[in-house]
Design a protein around this ligand. Structure first.
Ligand SMILES: Nc1ncnc2c1ncn2[C@@H]1O[C@H](COP(=O)(O)OP(=O)(O)OP(=O)(O)O)[C@@H](O)[C@H]1O
Length: 946
């Protein structure tokens, strides 16, 4: 059985000039569909009704078609006929494809609007006219809804484009006498006439206008090829129109259409309204095809998003508003009666069926999803914050589009009233005179009670509109619906609404703050990505920010940055130093800059080859930034040292042997204002007491047997204006302590055997591996007054076993040092070897580690990697299976036994070393990884005769 399609077009009366062409185009489309096999294997049969350019006949004829069971309709031209048909459509479940441009403000769920809307015709056209034809407009239109609604938007657009309307006339439909209108135009002298005259009136106007000899251009959104054809072309030449389609379009689809049209009807003259009708039939057929049935609801479901490659270009049904995305073009009538296209949009434009205020025109190109995405966070905050509120709330965006309903029951309820998401509902009838509409207009809290609403449905409701805004931005309106007329107490509700407004304000603040912080984050990202350095921002151990370079290093598993990434730098003050990472064979500068609670960690890769490394290292004196380690406790010490270097106060460095006390002392000196003066170091434990006194204070000629002629200056004099490093101060005799205290107080010395006092200006940095406070408290072996003199700054260096995280970097540093010294390869350390190093306890601390690495560097000869085999047995074995130790422990009776065994082992080791180095204390201590002092002590302890 055929599928019957009702066609509603006037073939008589004033509108037939336009509608006859539409009818022919619709028939052509039906033929095309049938020629290609029909729909679901069925042919489409057109059933035409002439509606005689009369709205009442249109309604009658529509009803007669519906009574015949034809519920798929295409047609109608004037808005008057469409409106008269609406009650019929409401009564019957049918679909109308309306192929005509119209004024908008409508969205019947059963009508699919296929012609252009005012926004698609005017938003580009009016600015173009003001720029190219002139700024003063004379509006003339047929007296019905469409011209009147179009003119409203033309007023807004001319004004916002610096133009004005000098006259506005409405002519009764079908009128053909225009002499009075011509006179008005002659008087007003506009730059342009804008015509929305339709049918026979339009044709008559052009004719009379031509005869008047007026030279003002006419612009129209109605006059098309059909009207041009109805007169000799000379009457129309040079005037303008705007449509989605002109006959002169060069597309393949248009060429085919023109050919077929000529073959069927003997003419190629196709207008935009005709193309709309042609497209309407094709779109309907496509929807039928997808639904694969004739069920109106299923067909309707498939229309949103439907596309069609039309003669004007691709067109698309909007997802939400049943109108088409259409192209826009401006054409000028040529001598041959066609339009020359002088501007085109090049893409389909979104249909906006509901009028918006000019201030909201900026939002016109936003669709539902875009707006929803933009407002999601605000909606989320508002939903959370208003959950206490017992009445339904609706969120409208700044353009009046309904985005969300905070009460799910209400959703279904409003749906029945054509109250859909994505619609600009505040302007439509549903909300007319509601609190919401008032809030949009006045941007103030507004309300409407019961009968104030125009909509019958809201007569039992109170509606409040709360503008969502701050001083910079208007986000939209919260619509509140209260269905409690009988109990309405304005005072009570005003308080409630006021509370809601405060809540709304808080939500905007939250959003603004979040946006600000996102903005700042992005800004920081943009700026910091121009840096050469990687940047981490940390607070309380948490990483707050990392730039792209830092991200790259983290992804490349760069060990340095991974350490910096993990550590907490809260206690670190300003800090700067170099690190060498052997895996990447790269050198980095690390700088930590504190700012309030934040720590900015900058990591810069240094482009250096090993040769200039050597040069640099030789040239530069040791600074705090050169000291290796990123362990937070260690960095704490660096940071203290940095503070100490800024003044001349005495410093006491505490730490086990080999932890780097002298290194720190030198670096503090080199960073201080005394850096160009001498740094003198003396080990107080290495020299006997008498000798130490003359070493420190010097002696005069003849002071003792063997004293040099002319005497000799002591370390204090040598260090004058510089720094004196007193290592192992804890081992000094109480008499010497007393002398030192005096010197520190009086700032003068007397050489041994002399009388003359010599003023000195020396900064003292003392160091010890003893716990001085215990020495003072329990043994009385150290003077507390001297302790407090020395202890202005205390820097405590932790043993290496407590900063094993630094072992890798230290090992790399030493490998680089030896490679530089030998101008050899920079070696890397294998994971296995590193694990061994990390398991060892390092009684000799960094000195021991340096020795182990030095040994490994040379043992590994030409190999590029330090392997486990290159490590000393003592270290290698300490890492193999604790299991071994456990087995041994079984055979050992007591702790004393263990100690004894260890001592025997140690004695043996020292003895062998001394033999190997022929009693050379420096070389043996280096080899053993202990200081010369410690070695002296051990030799004494184990009674080794050398
Ligand atoms: N943080 C460090 N970075 C690089 N090398 C270091 C560091 N700390 C110590 N060293 C190296 O370790 C060795 C021992 O350092 P230093 O002599 O300063 O230790 P110390 O605590 O003064 O020892 P002792 O108390 O036995 O005199 C030196 O070779 C030094 O260069």
């Amino acid at each position: 059985m055929d599928i019957k399609i009702g066609l509603l077009f006037s073939t008589t009366g004033t509108m037939s000039v336009t509608e006859e062409g539409q009818y022919k185009a619709a028939l052509l489309a039906i033929n095309e569909i049938n020629d290609s096999g029909g729909i679901m294997g069925r042919k489409l049969t057109p059933v035409h009704r002439n509606i005689c350019s009369d709205p009442l006949i249109a309604a009658k004829e529509t009803e007669s078609l519906l009574n015949e069971g034809i519920n798929l309709l295409v047609g109608l031209y004037t808005s008057a006929s469409r409106k008269s048909v609406l009650p019929v459509i409401d009564k019957y479940d049918c679909l109308l494809f309306y192929p005509t441009q119209y004024e908008g403000e409508e969205q019947h769920p059963n009508i699919f609007y296929c012609g252009p809307l005012p926004n698609q015709l005017l938003l580009d056209y009016i600015p173009w006219i003001t720029q190219n034809l002139g700024k003063t407009f004379h509006l003339i239109g047929s007296d019905y809804i469409y011209p009147r609604e179009m003119n409203k938007l033309i007023y807004q657009l001319t004004e916002s484009n610096g133009g004005s309307v000098v006259n506005e006339s409405y002519i009764p439909l079908g009128e053909t006498m225009f002499s009075n209108e011509i006179k008005k135009i002659q008087q007003k002298r506009p730059d342009v006439i804008f015509s929305t005259l339709v049918g026979g009136s339009a044709v008559a106007f052009y004719k009379e206008y031509y005869k008047s000899n007026l030279q003002v251009p006419i612009a129209s959104t109605i006059t098309a090829e059909t009207e041009v054809c109805a007169l000799p072309t000379k009457y129309m030449v040079g005037h303008y129109s705007c449509f989605p389609y002109f006959n002169s379009i060069e597309s393949k689809e248009n060429k085919e259409l023109k050919q077929k049209f000529k073959a069927n009807y003997g003419t190629e003259m196709i207008s935009s309204a005709m193309e709309n009708a042609y497209n309407s039939v094709h779109l309907m057929a496509k929807a039928l095809k997808i639904a694969n049935c004739l069920d109106v609801h299923l067909i309707k479901k498939n229309i949103a998003g439907l596309t069609f490659q039309a003669p004007q270009g691709e067109i698309i049904f909007d997802q939400y508003n049943q109108h088409l995305w259409l192209h826009s073009r401006i054409g000028q009538v040529k001598d041959n009666g066609t339009f020359q296209i002088i501007w085109e949009s090049n893409k389909p434009l979104k249909p906006l069926p509901f009028s918006v205020q000019s201030e909201n025109l900026g939002y016109l190109d936003k669709n539902f999803e875009e707006s929803l995405a933009e407002n999601t966070q605000l909606i989320h905050e508002l939903k959370k914050a208003t959950s206490f509120f017992p009445h339904p709330i609706i969120f409208f965006d700044s353009s009046g589009m309904m985005l969300d309903i905070f009460d799910s029951n209400l959703k279904d309820f409003f749906k029945t009233e054509q109250f859909e998401f994505g619609l600009l509902v505040w302007t439509n009838k549903f909300l007319k005179n509601s609190g919401i509409t008032k809030a949009f207009l006045e941007k103030e809290i507004s309300f409407s009670v019961g009968s104030e609403h125009e909509n019958q449905f809201l007569k039992d409701w109170i509606t409040f509109g709360i503008p969502i805004k701050n001083k910079n931005k208007f986000y939209g309106v919260l619509g509140v619906f209260i269905n409690n007329m009988s109990d309405f107490n304005l005072e009570f509700y005003s308080t409630l609404i006021h509370a809601l407004q405060i809540v709304t304000q808080n939500c905007i603040d939250i959003i603004d703050k979040t946006k600000d912080s996102i903005f700042l984050y992005e800004l920081l990202n943009d700026i910091s990505n121009h840096f050469e350095q990687a940047l981490l921002v940390k607070k309380g151990g948490n990483l707050l920010f990392k730039n792209n370079k830092a991200e790259q290093l983290i992804n490349a598993k760069n060990e340095l940055i991974l350490n910096l990434y993990r550590e907490n730098f809260d206690d670190i003050t300003h800090f700067k130093r170099q690190s060498y990472m052997s895996e990447s064979r790269k050198n980095f500068n690390v700088e930590i800059i504190p700012a309030h609670d934040y720590r900015y960690v900058y990591i810069k890769e240094l482009e250096q080859n090993k040769r200039n490394l050597k040069k640099n290292q030789q040239k530069r004196s040791l600074l705090l930034e050169d000291i290796i380690g990123t362990n937070p406790r260690f960095l704490d010490a660096v940071s203290h040292a940095q503070t100490a270097s800024k003044n001349s106060a005495n410093v006491l460095i505490l730490g086990e042997s080999g932890t780097g006390k002298e290194v720190f002392a030198r670096a503090i000196h080199n960073e201080s204002s005394r850096k160009d003066k001498p740094f003198i170091a003396i080990n107080c434990a290495a020299i006997n007491e008498n000798l130490l006194t003359s070493e420190l204070f010097g002696y005069v000629e003849g002071a003792f047997t063997g004293a040099k002629k002319g005497g000799s200056p002591g370390k204090f004099e040598q260090a004058n204006e510089g720094t004196l490093f007193l290592d192992e101060i804890g081992d000094t005799h109480p008499d010497l302590q007393a002398t030192l205290l005096r010197v520190l107080q009086e700032k003068e010395i007397t050489r041994v055997g002399g009388h003359k006092t010599i003023p000195i200006d020396v900064r003292i940095i003392a160091a010890t591996n003893k716990n001085l406070s215990q020495e003072i408290a329990y043994k009385g072996s150290f003077r507390s007054d001297l302790y407090y003199r020395l202890n202005v700054f205390t820097i405590e260096l932790i043993p290496l076993k407590d900063r094993k995280d630094d072992i890798h970097e230290l090992a790399n540093h030493f490998l680089l040092e030896f490679a530089t010294k030998e101008s050899g390869t920079i070696k890397i350390i294998s994971n296995e070897a590193l694990n061994c190093l990390k398991k060892h306890d390092w009684p000799g601390n960094i000195r021991e580690l340096r020795n182990v690495i030095e040994r490994a560097y040379y043992l590994s000869e030409l190999e590029e990697e330090i392997l486990i085999d290159h490590l000393p047995r003592s270290i290698y074995s300490s890492s193999i299976q604790e299991h071994t130790t456990l087995v041994q422990q079984d055979s050992i009776k007591s702790v004393e036994d263990i100690k004894r065994l260890n001592q025997i082992e140690e004695r043996e080791k020292i003895l062998n070393t001394l033999i190997e180095f022929k009693g050379n204390i420096s070389k043996s201590s280096q080899h053993l990884g202990v200081s010369r002092n410690t070695l002296y002590k051990k030799i004494k302890e184990y009674n080794l005769n050398i």
